[in-house]
Design a protein around this ligand. Structure first.
Ligand SMILES: *Cc1c(COP(=O)(O)O)cnc(C)c1O
Length: 837
C-alpha cells in the first residue's frame, strides 16, 4: 500500500477509479440523483452492484449457524474465517501478529477493550485519551479505576518522553482517533510506535487507535507490526456503506490483558457448569474465539466479501479515495473561505486549514457562518434550508465534545451551565452568549463529485452571502407617518383542535370564545406515539394534514374525518367534548414539542397527557398514518375529576401558562434534573399566531419573481399554509393606497372586535419546515422557504407572522365571563398599536 506522503503528490480527482466519477455515480448510486449527500462521516453509501452481488450470494448459498457441525454450518465458518484473513490483508496486517474480532461497531470494539482492561488487573487500569476523541472513546474513562487524563498534542509528547521511567505495573491504555470525526484532522499515527518503544517492558502500556473516521477515506497500513497500534477499532459501514458491522484488530501478543475479561458468552467457552460450582473453561484456541460473545453476525461478515470486491473494482485502493477526497476537500475549503459579504467580511469560519496535506487533514470541513454584521448564523437554520435544497449535512457537536468545545472556545463550566439551562445534544439551541454551540459539518466520500461541491458552495452563496446592504428595510418604517392609517380587520379565524392536523375554520358570523391561552379548543388534542408518548409532528408525518377535525358544538362532539382516498379504515370518528376521565389512560412517557425554540421548562406534575384508551380510537389514527399512535388530551391528574371541558380547559391551560411564565428562562437552571421527566416547550402552546394578508401578498410577489426563470409554474400560496389562527387583512382605501406588508413587525399590541380584546404581540414566528407542507395535498412546497429567507431573515432566522397572547392588563375582562364578552369573529375591526407609539 502507498504511504500518505506519496498520495499527496498525485492528489487528484478520481485518479485510479474504475471509471469517471460521474459514470460510477450514475451506475452505482442512482439514489444520489438530485441529492447532494455530504455526510460521509456519518456513513458512506453502498454501491448498487455490491448489494446485488451480496444478495446473489445469500440466495444461492445455504448458510448455517457457524457453531454447529452441519455442511451449511461449515460453509459459514469457512467463509467467515476466510474473511478474517481478507480483512487483515486490507490493512496489510500479518495474521501471525494480528487477529480480527468481529463486533457490532467501533463503539463495541472500544467497549470490549475497556471491559477487558477493567478485569485484567485487580487494581484496574489507567486511561489516557486525546481531546479530539469520539464520545465512545471518552466513555472508557468511567471504567478506569487507576485514573484518567485527557490529552492535547503537547501533553502527548511530554507524556511519551517521560515513559520508561515509571515503576508502575498496572496496565495503561492510551487511545486516540486516527482522524477527528468532527473536523477531519488527522492525528500522528506514529504515536503508537513511539509509545511502544518508549515504554519499558514492565510498564504495560497499550495503544488503542480509533480508526473509524479515518478509514472512510484513507488507507491504514499495519504492515510494520512493531509500530502499529495494539488495538484498532473500526466500523465497516463507514468504509463500504454496508454491512453494519465493526471490528477490533488485536495484536496477538496482548492476549494476556484481554483474557481475564470476566463475562463469558456462548461461543467463547469450552465448558461451563451452570449450577453448583461456578466453573467454566475459556476457549484456548484464538483471541477472537474468546472475545466474540454469542453467534457471530455471520451474514454481515459474509457481506464483507462482496464489499471488499466491489470496493476494489470501483475504486482500486483506499489511496485513490484519499487522493480524490483530499482534492475535493481542498477545493471546497478554498471556495468557502473565499466567500465574502459586500463589506468584505468573511462568511465562513472554518475550524481547520491544512486541506491539501493528506497527512494532516481528512475530507471533513467543520464550519460556522456569520452575517455581514459579524453575527453567527444559527446552524439548525442552515440545516433546514439545506434540506430544502436537498443537501444533506450534519450539525451539532457531532459526537465529538472535546473537539467542538476546543474549536468554539467553550470551557467545561460553560457547558455545565448550558446543560443546566436546558441545552442538550441534538437540540435547537444554536447560539448562546453570542457564540455558536455547535458546528456545521460537511464530509466527503469516495463517490462525491465536483457537482456536489458546487451545489454546496452555490447554496451558501445564494442564501448566506450578502451581496449588497439591504436596500429596502425589512418592513416600511412606521415612523414615516402614513397619511391614511391602514384599516385592519379579521379576515379569517382558524383553530387546530388536534395539533399538527388539519385546520378547523371558524364559520363566518359565528362568535368564538377567546380564553387567556388563546382561541377556545385550539390545540386541545394531540396525536401521540403509542410507545414513546411523544407528540407526532406534521413534518415527520405529512399525512396528518389530511386528518380533519370538526367541532360540532350543537351535538357536543369532535368529529374527525380522514380524506377517503388515503385510507381504507373507518371514514370518521366521533369524540365527545365532555371530558370523561374513564375513557382515557395516563401517558407516562415524556411529552415534548419542539417546533418553537426556547428553553424547555417543567410543568407541574398534576398535569399530564391522557391518551384515549379505546382501541377504536388508536386504530383509526394508526391505520391512517401508518405509525402506532393514538389521540390524547391534556388533563389534570386527578382521575375522579369529571368536568365540563370549557372550564377544565381554562383551568389547566391557565395553570400551565402561569407555570410557564414562572419557570421558563430565568428559573430553568434551578430545576432539578429528575423533575424534567415531563416537559414541553410551551411558548406557542398558549398563544395565537397572527399573519397579515398584505404580507402574504407581498411574499407571493417575491415567489413569482423568483420562479420566473425556473420551469414549474407555482400557484400562489394561501394563508392556510402558515397555520395561523388569525389572518388580518387591510381595507385598501379608494385613493389607490397601497398595502402595508410587514406592518405587523412593528405592532406591540392589538385590540380586536366589539369586546376590545387586547392582545400583546410576542416574538415573530420563526418558520420551520412545516411551513413547506401544503395543507391540502400534504406535499412539500419548497419554493416558499426558498423565497422567504431572502426577504425575512433576522439574525439568520426566517420570520413570518407574530405570536400574541391575551394581555394581562385586560385579563380580568375575560375572567369575568360576562356573556358575549371575550369573543371575536370574522370581520371584527383590528386596531394595532405600534412599538414607538
Ligand atoms: C463513527 C465513529 C465512531 C463510532 O462508530 P460506531 O459505528 O457508531 O460505533 C467512533 N469514533 C469515530 C472517530 C467515528 O467516526
Amino acid at each position: 500500500m502507498e504511504s500518505i506522503e506519496e498520495e499527496f503528490v498525485h492528489s487528484q480527482y478520481g485518479q485510479g477509479y474504475f471509471a469517471d466519477v460521474d459514470a460510477i455515480r450514475e451506475q452505482e448510486y442512482p439514489l444520489l440523483n438530485g441529492t447532494t449527500y455530504l455526510d460521509h462521516a456519518g456513513t458512506t453509501l453502498y454501491a448498487k452492484s455490491f448489494i446485488e452481488s451480496f444478495s446473489g450470494d445469500m440466495i444461492s448459498n445455504l448458510f448455517g449457524n457457524p457453531h454447529s457441525m452441519s455442511v451449511s454450518s461449515h460453509l459459514s465458518t469457512e467463509r467467515t474465517e476466510n474473511l478474517r484473513l481478507r480483512v487483515l490483508e486490507f490493512f496489510s496486517a500479518s495474521p501471525d501478529e494480528f487477529d480480527v474480532v468481529f463486533v457490532a461497531n467501533a463503539t463495541a470494539a472500544i467497549k470490549l477493550i475497556a471491559e477487558s482492561f477493567r478485569d485484567s488487573d485487580p487494581r484496574g487500569f489507567w486511561y489516557g485519551y486525546h481531546v479530539d476523541s469520539h464520545t465512545s472513546v471518552i466513555g472508557v474513562r468511567e471504567l478506569a479505576a487507576m485514573g484518567c487524563q485527557c490529552f492535547d498534542d503537547t501533553n502527548v509528547d511530554t507524556w511519551i518522553s517521560e515513559l520508561g521511567t515509571a515503576q508502575s505495573t498496572f496496565p495503561k491504555l492510551f487511545a486516540f482517533p486516527a482522524q477527528s470525526n468532527m473536523n477531519g484532522r488527522r492525528l500522528p499515527l506514529q504515536w503508537s510506535g513511539q509509545i511502544r518503544s518508549a515504554a519499558n517492558e514492565g510498564e504495560n502500556v497499550f495503544t488503542l487507535l480509533d480508526a473509524a473516521s479515518f478509514l472512510s477515506t484513507a488507507p491504514l497500513d499495519l504492515g510494520e507490526a512493531s509500530t502499529a497500534p495494539d488495538f484498532t477499532a473500526l466500523s465497516f459501514y463507514k468504509i463500504f456503506g454496508f454491512p453494519d458491522l465493526g471490528a477490533l484488530i488485536v495484536r496477538k501478543s496482548t492476549a494476556s490483558v484481554l483474557e481475564r475479561r470476566k463475562f463469558f458468552g456462548g461461543g467463547t467457552v469450552d465448558m461451563v457448569i451452570a449450577s453448583g460450582a461456578q466453573w467454566h473453561a475459556k476457549k484456548e484456541t484464538s483471541i477472537h474465539e474468546r472475545l466474540e460473545d454469542g453467534t457471530l453476525p455471520f451474514h454481515s461478515v459474509i457481506a464483507l466479501d462482496a464489499a471488499l470486491q466491489t470496493h476494489k473494482r470501483l475504486y482500486g485502493s483506499m489511496s485513490n479515495i484519499s487522493a480524490h477526497t483530499g482534492f475535493l476537500a481542498q477545493r471546497l475549503y478554498d471556495r468557502l473561505s473565499a466567500l465574502r459579504h459586500f463589506n468584505g467580511t468573511k462568511v465562513c469560519r472554518i475550524y481547520q486549514s491544512n486541506y491539501g496535506n493528506l497527512a494532516l487533514q481528512g475530507p471533513i470541513i467543520a464550519f460556522n457562518m456569520k452575517n455581514s454584521h459579524g453575527q453567527w448564523i444559527p446552524k439548525s437554520e442552515v440545516e433546514k434550508l439545506a434540506t430544502v435544497r436537498n443537501i444533506q449535512l450534519r450539525s451539532g457537536s457531532v459526537c465529538n465534545p472535546g473537539g467542538t468545545a476546543m474549536s468554539l472556545g467553550w470551557a467545561g463550566q460553560d457547558l455545565r451551565r448550558h446543560y443546566a439551562t436546558g441545552l442538550r445534544c441534538g437540540d435547537d439551541h444554536d447560539v448562546l452568549d453570542g457564540r455558536p454551540t455547535g458546528i456545521l459539518r460537511v464530509s466527503i466520500g469516495a463517490m462525491t463529485n465536483l457537482k456536489d461541491i458546487d451545489s454546496l458552495t452555490d447554496f451558501v452563496d445564494e442564501f448566506y452571502v450578502e451581496k449588497a446592504p439591504p436596500l429596502v428595510p425589512l418592513s416600511p418604517q412606521m415612523d414615516e407617518k402614513i397619511l391614511v392609517a391602514p384599516q385592519f380587520y379579521v379576515e379569517s379565524l382558524t383553530i387546530f383542535p388536534i395539533k399538527g392536523c388539519a385546520a378547523f375554520k371558524i364559520p363566518e358570523g359565528k362568535r368564538w370564545e377567546v380564553k387567556k391561552e388563546g382561541l377556545a379548543w385550539d390545540r386541545e388534542w394531540y396525536l401521540v406515539h403509542q410507545v414513546t408518548g411523544f407528540p407526532l409532528k406534521q413534518n415527520e408525518y405529512p399525512q396528518m394534514a389530511s386528518i380533519h377535525p370538526f367541532l360540532d358544538m350543537e351535538r357536543g362532539i369532535l368529529r374527525i374525518t380522514c380524506s377517503p382516498k388515503a385510507t381504507n379504515g373507518p371514514f370518521s370518528l366521533e369524540i365527545p367534548l365532555i371530558w370523561d376521565a374513564r375513557s382515557t389512560t395516563v401517558m407516562s412517557s415524556p411529552v415534548r414539542s419542539s417546533c418553537r425554540k426556547g428553553v424547555p421548562s417543567v410543568y407541574d406534575h398534576s398535569l399530564c397527557l391522557r391518551a384515549y384508551a379505546s382501541p377504536v380510537v388508536s386504530a383509526f389514527f394508526t391505520e391512517h398514518l401508518g405509525v402506532s399512535c393514538t389521540l390524547a388530551r391534556f388533563s389534570p391528574l386527578d382521575a375522579n375529576l369529571d368536568m365540563k371541558p370549557p372550564s377544565l380547559a381554562s383551568t389547566w391551560k391557565n395553570r400551565f401558562r402561569r407555570l410557564a411564565t414562572l419557570e421558563s428562562f430565568s428559573r430553568a437552571d434551578r430545576i432539578p434534573r429528575q423533575n424534567c421527566q415531563k416537559y414541553v416547550l410551551v411558548s406557542n402552546e398558549m398563544s395565537v399566531l397572527i399573519v397579515s394578508r398584505s404580507s402574504i401578498n407581498c411574499l407571493n410577489e417575491t415567489i413569482k419573481a423568483n420562479t420566473k426563470h425556473t420551469s414549474g409554474v407555482s400557484k400562489a400560496i394561501g394563508a392556510d399554509l402558515f397555520k395561523s389562527n388569525i389572518v388580518v387583512a387591510e381595507r385598501v382605501c379608494q385613493s389607490a393606497h397601497a398595502e402595508h406588508p410587514y406592518a405587523e413587525d412593528h405592532w406591540s399590541s392589538i385590540r380586536i372586535g366589539q369586546d376590545q380584546l387586547l392582545f400583546d404581540t410576542l416574538d415573530p414566528c420563526q418558520r420551520c419546515q412545516m411551513l413547506c407542507i401544503d395543507q391540502l395535498t400534504g406535499t412539500q412546497r419548497n419554493e416558499i422557504l426558498a423565497a422567504l429567507p431572502k426577504m425575512r431573515k433576522v439574525n439568520g432566522r426566517i420570520q413570518f407572522g407574530r405570536y400574541a397572547t391575551m394581555s394581562t392588563e385586560d385579563g380580568e375582562n375575560v375572567e369575568r365571563n360576562v356573556p358575549g364578552s371575550g369573543t371575536i369573529m370574522v370581520g371584527d375591526v383590528v386596531l394595532p398599536s405600534n412599538q414607538n407609539n
